[in-house]
Design a protein around this ligand. Structure first.
Ligand SMILES: [Zn+2]
Length: 986
């Protein structure tokens, strides 16, 4: 086979492997949600009415979107008025005098759709609802709105339609503004103004419309006011800004007015009010994860049917015993008021009870009776009806699971005490309560125990297949790692003529075994009616292990070849080192100091390690060592920066200017090697950077002054972004330069404008230093000649893997969804739209990976390793981290811990995924940097060698090389051959 054919075959095999890798990671990323976050959505239950005597005639549900509990309740320093004040004095007066309050703890993801679904339907929707799209997709389950007499809803087009469309036709009316209204850069208060105005307009309309009037005044209605202003101002200006605070103040005032107007309109005091939030907001101005700032929302209930505040001695306030709570509550001045916390879904039960409707069928909420002002017996009955609603779901689910299992193992808690016995006991106590009210607490305890066991049972049923699916995923991961390593060995380590690929075995036995396993598994899946996703999880381990088994000889031979010449102790040492290294990176995910230490270690060990082995002059070596040392020290500061970045014009402009200067310097030094067209392209790229500084500066200044996004800045920003990324790449691919320095400069300049536009503060500097580091890394690695080629490959891969993590953490990111501030994307998209905004953030995220990937590609070429060998090795070991975090995922404890554990897992997978994706990209970008280029470098080194042969030092080098058994084709063996030649001539 010719080299060209070989190359082609290698290329296509690798492409297939990368493609499999991308799909594998995407699907296994999803598995976590299928395993850990599925809600038991079942259908066909009977309804249970909450109470026969509804306490209130109508209910107002007022939701301050993204309104944090601490900001609603506490005394806050207002940057506008420059004094400490309560932002919601009216709501506070309610807590102090009229209603009951507590915190509503939300689940993850802390987003608007799941938040609203939890409080309105009592149901924690699957995370997979994200893929359904936030807005238009109706909820396909029951809700409080659906059970109300009629619901009038006002607010955002992102939220209202899903409940309107999910309910019985005509049941829910909506008044929504258009999307263009949600301009992040104009005043968010307008959004809330719209809501209140349209509500009053409805009341107004009813005065001359008898039918509407009758409908509005009937019992059991719900009025839902969705106030998006706080969320919008929090996203744009962060939840400690004047804008966010002013919005809270505004809605508070409006609610005060609303209560009076509602009283006047209905002419009674039979209205119940609930104020809460769907989720909070992190200090980054975003939400989504389980940070307390996101999960803690206020819940205040007042009016008809709601309990008055219970005054207590602060000593009896249980929350003050908790360190975190104590600190958080320190500026609330509510120590002497009893606080009742709920889970977000409990709000659904509370609402149902207040208007006496059926509990929503899919609700897992539990009635928080402390909030309710009603007779004890009614409340207990309501609580029991709530249990029956939960029980319906349990029974349906039990049926579903049991029917589909070969050998069903019952939920043990109902084995100890049966459902019937629980029900009998509860009904007996309720019966007795008619005569003896003292039995109240006993009844409550009993029902609450029943509830929690039902919920536990639901959880048990939901996770029934856990062990199996987790095992499949684990086998998949290990399979992928081993398979990738096998491919790596086949492509780069085992000589082509020694591969076992072409052996004419048909693998009959193996096919039979794997075929049988597949058939059995599919049969089990079918029988258990498992969702389609599970089949995808199954495909990978089967395929991967089949392949591993097929090529097991290559794996063993390749492994031995890879570590050839090393004794067992050395092998163990290397193995231990790799484990420690991976472990420290895993710790680094939560303790970013580790990354700083690793950089510090790299800063001096690298030059020392290579010092003895360099073939270059001492002077050049010292120069590059010093610059490497400096870069590492500077870079080491980045991962420990405060992730809450504050927009800094100075930083943005400084980094932009440095990028420009680097461009100019690079151009000056390298222009001799460029063609005319290339010169003009590079000048054009430098101009684009300057243009990006201009547009960003203009946008930032205008946005900071609250003047909205100037259209020209937006247009220039978009044009620069698109042109800079696409145009030079195309031109270069037509007119490629094979010099690797020029290539690296071009890549640096290609992504610089985009990074400049999307930078918030110090990320631009990181981009510069990271690029410099990679460039120096290429230089410093190519200076060494000694050492086993494979170990060198391993070393570069491990440091590459470390830099892969830095590509993420270096820009000040932390592994948390809500740490991605939207500040930077407002310069391009002023109106909230999660998907394009997410795409832009993703672009910013992926750029350092792209730099790294091209850098690794260049090291490959420079050192004369086979094309792609480094990244291939990185990709194959990358998932050790994913597997580690897969087992670290928490499902219990605080949502913060759960959230962090999930983010870590996703991030580890993303690392692997990104490197695979950018690999595909860099293959295109690096296309054209030929071996020819490396030949030039080799000629150079040969020239140096020729010089050195006359030198006395040569003997030493020769000795070193002889000690090392190097593979054919390396500089070392060439030297050896040359040496022999010289001897022959002699
Ligand atoms: Zn939001």
């Amino acid at each position: 086979m010719s080299t060209e054919q070989n190359e082609k075959k290698l290329h296509s095999k690798r492409s297939i492997w990368l493609a499999i890798g991308v799909i594998f990671h995407l699907i296994y990323l999803w598995s976590i949600f299928d395993i850990y976050f599925v809600s038991p959505l079942v259908h066909g239950m009977n309804q249970h009415q909450s109470t026969l005597n509804a306490p209130a005639k109508r209910l107002f549900l007022i939701v301050g979107d993204g309104q944090r509990a601490d900001k609603t309740l506490g005394k806050i320093y207002h940057p506008g008025s420059r004094k400490e004040e309560y932002l919601a004095p009216f709501l506070r007066s309610i807590i102090l005098n009229e209603g009951t309050y507590g915190l509503s703890h939300t689940r993850m993801p802390t987003e608007s759709r799941p938040g609203h679904v939890a409080m309105i339907a009592g149901f924690y929707e699957d995370v997979s609802a994200v893929t359904k799209g936030w807005k238009e997709n109706p909820v396909d389950f029951d809700s409080v709105f659906n059970q109300s007499s009629h619901t009038y809803s006002f607010g955002s087009p992102d939220i209202l339609p899903m409940f309107a469309q999910g309910a019985t036709t005509g049941q829910v009316d909506t008044w929504m503004y258009g999307h263009e209204f949600e301009d992040f850069t104009s005043s968010s208060i307008e959004l809330d103004k719209y809501v209140f105005n349209h509500f009053y307009q409805l009341l107004n309309n009813s005065t001359n419309n008898q039918q509407l009037n009758n409908q509005i005044r009937q019992d059991g209605n719900i009025f839902f006011l969705h106030l998006l202003g706080t969320d919008t101002s929090g996203h744009s200006y962060r939840p400690y800004s004047e804008e966010y605070y002013d919005n809270i103040k505004y809605t508070d005032k409006e609610i005060e007015k609303l209560v009076i107007e509602v009283g006047k309109f209905f002419g009674d005091n039979d209205t119940a009010f609930i104020f809460t939030a769907d989720h909070g907001m992190s200090d980054f101005g975003s939400h989504g994860d389980g940070h307390p700032n996101n999960t803690r929302t206020p819940l205040i209930c007042w009016g008809k049917g709601c309990n008055k505040p219970v005054k207590i001695d602060p000593k009896d306030n249980e929350f003050l015993n908790d360190k975190f709570e104590n600190e958080d509550m320190s500026n609330w001045d509510l120590d002497n008021i009893k606080r009742h916390d709920v889970k977000q879904a409990d709000i659904a039960s509370l609402m149902s009870y207040l208007i006496g409707s059926n509990y929503p069928m899919n609700s897992v909420g539990e009635l928080p009776i402390e909030f309710i002002d009603d007779s004890e017996i009614n409340k207990i009955k309501g609580l029991y009806q709530n249990s029956l609603t939960l029980l319906e779901q349990y029974i349906v689910k039990l049926h579903e699971v049991k029917e589909n299992q070969f050998n069903f193992k019952e939920f043990n808690k109902f084995e100890i005490k049966s459902i019937d016995n629980y029900m009998k006991d509860i009904e007996k106590v309720i019966e007795l309560m008619n005569n003896n009210i003292d039995l109240e607490s006993e009844a409550i305890l009993l029902i609450e125990e029943f509830n929690s066991i039902i919920l536990e049972g639901l959880d048990y049923l939901q996770k029934y297949n856990w062990l199996m699916i987790r095992s499949i995923v684990t086998l998949g991961f290990i399979g992928w790692i081993v398979y990738s390593f096998t491919i790596f060995l086949q492509m780069f380590i085992i000589p082509k003529d020694k591969l076992s690929i072409d052996i004419n075995s048909k693998h009959y036995i193996q096919k039979f075994i794997f075929g049988s396993i597949t058939a059995i598994m599919v049969f089990i899946f079918q029988y258990e009616k498992l969702p389609l996703n599970y089949y995808f999880y199954l495909i990978f381990p089967i395929f991967l292990w089949f392949e591993i088994f097929k090529f097991r000889i290559d794996l063993i031979n390749g492994f031995n070849l890879f570590f050839k010449g090393l004794n067992i102790n050395k092998k163990i040492l290397i193995f231990i080192f790799i484990i420690i290294f991976f472990e420290s990176i895993a710790i680094g995910f939560e303790n970013r100091n580790i990354f700083t230490y690793i950089y510090l270690i790299l800063s001096f060990t690298y030059p020392i390690l290579l010092f003895k082995n360099t073939i270059f002059s001492t002077k050049k070596h010292i120069l590059i060592s010093l610059s490497w040392f400096t870069t590492c020290i500077l870079l080491s500061l980045f991962p420990i920066q405060d992730p809450v970045k504050v927009e800094s014009i100075n930083m943005i402009v400084t980094s932009g200017l440095i990028m420009t200067i680097i461009g100019i310097i690079g151009f000056t030094f390298l222009q001799d090697k460029m063609t005319k067209i290339q010169k003009s392209i590079i000048i054009f790229q430098i101009l684009l950077i300057i243009l990006s500084i201009y547009s960003t500066l203009k946008a930032v200044v205008s946005l900071t002054n609250r003047n909205g996004l100037p259209l020209d800045a937006q247009i220039i920003g978009w044009s620069v972004l698109i042109i800079s990324l696409i145009f030079p790449t195309i031109l270069h691919s037509i007119n490629s330069n094979s010099n690797y320095k020029i290539r690296f400069l071009i890549i640096f300049l290609t992504m610089a404008p985009t990074f400049n536009i999307l930078t918030i503060s110090f990320e631009g500097l990181f981009y510069i230093l990271y690029s410099i580091m990679i460039f120096q890394w290429i230089e410093i690695e190519s200076m060494s000649i000694k050492s086993n080629n494979n170990l060198k490959l391993l070393r570069i891969s491990i440091i590459g893997f470390f830099n892969l993590q830095i590509a993420f953490f270096g820009t000040g990111n932390i592994s948390s969804i809500s740490s991605f501030s939207l500040d930077s994307v407002y310069r391009l998209l002023p109106i909230f739209d999660p998907f394009p905004m997410g795409a832009l953030l993703m672009l910013k995220l992926i750029i350092p990976y792209a730099l790294l990937s091209t850098g690794l590609g260049l090291i490959n070429l420079r050192l004369g390793f086979q094309k792609y060998s480094i990244t291939s090795l990185i990709i194959s070991v990358c998932d050790l981290l994913s597997l580690w975090f897969f087992y670290m995922v928490k499902t219990e404890g605080s949502w913060l811990d759960i959230g962090v554990s999930i983010s870590n897992y996703c991030l580890a997978i993303f690392g692997a995924l990104f490197i695979a994706i950018v690999e595909v990209g860099s293959t295109i970008v690096l296309n054209g940097v030929h071996i020819e280029d490396v030949n030039i470098e080799e000629k150079k080194s040969k020239a140096i060698l020729n010089l050195k042969i006359e030198d006395n030092n040569y003997k030493d080098i020769e000795k070193i090389i002889n000690e090392d058994q190097l593979d054919d084709g390396s500089i070392g063996s060439r030297l050896k051959r040359r040496n022999q030649k010289i001897e022959n001539v002699d």
